[in-house]
Design a protein. Sequence first.
Length: 260
Amino acid sequence: MEQLTFGTCVKKSWSSTWQAIVQMPGLFLGVFAVIACTTLLSGSFQHPPVQGAELDTAARTSHALGSVVFSILQLVVYGCLTIKVNRFVLLGEGTHPLLPLGGKPLGRYALISLGLALGIVALSIVLVLLLREIRSGGIALVAMLVFLAYLFAMVRLSLLYPAISLGSRLTLRAAWKDSRGHFWNILGVVSVAYLPLMIIWIIALVVLGPKMLMTSLQGASTVFAIGLAFVNAVFIVLAASAMSWLYRRYANELLEHVPY
């Protein structure tokens, strides 16, 4: 654990984000390109052309398979960028190797991400079954409870992501213990770090929104998808940078599971 203040973590998150993008531009632009392409392509699967009722099943199957493929691809590029930024901030490592430690951190990143997602799906099903008798506001209540549960689990396990980037196994208990009593500090640092980017994105939407509405629907959708992909890529770098500094601030038991 390092003696880092709340403000120091936020400021270093911003500076590390800038340094990571500037010093690893090829990686950042590559991830941005993949996110943009998958976003645009997945948009075409959202409204597949159907020329007859007999094509409904095939169209829906194509849409489902395309969505799964694009989701997996995005998860992989998210993981690659997150791991490389974590290692850049914590070790000073550059883009090489692209898959450090033989790709084991990427596999563990995907495993914990999918595990959390499946856990939330299971929780949603349980809550729907328990609240099936509630008609008014039942869906909103389930959605809020699921969101809060996901947020809590993500924050409490968030220190695990930098740890696995450095070679740690999925030591959930160690991550849970290290984040104990620090939930609001971790959430606060990430939220404050995100704030400038959110303000810029909102201003851009307010300024460019009317102009986009005056253009063709397809053109507006393309511009929005590309802009959203760029913001997502920056968000990934910023989140990884913030978690790296929070790891340096709060990691204790996790340090025993990494080779660095």
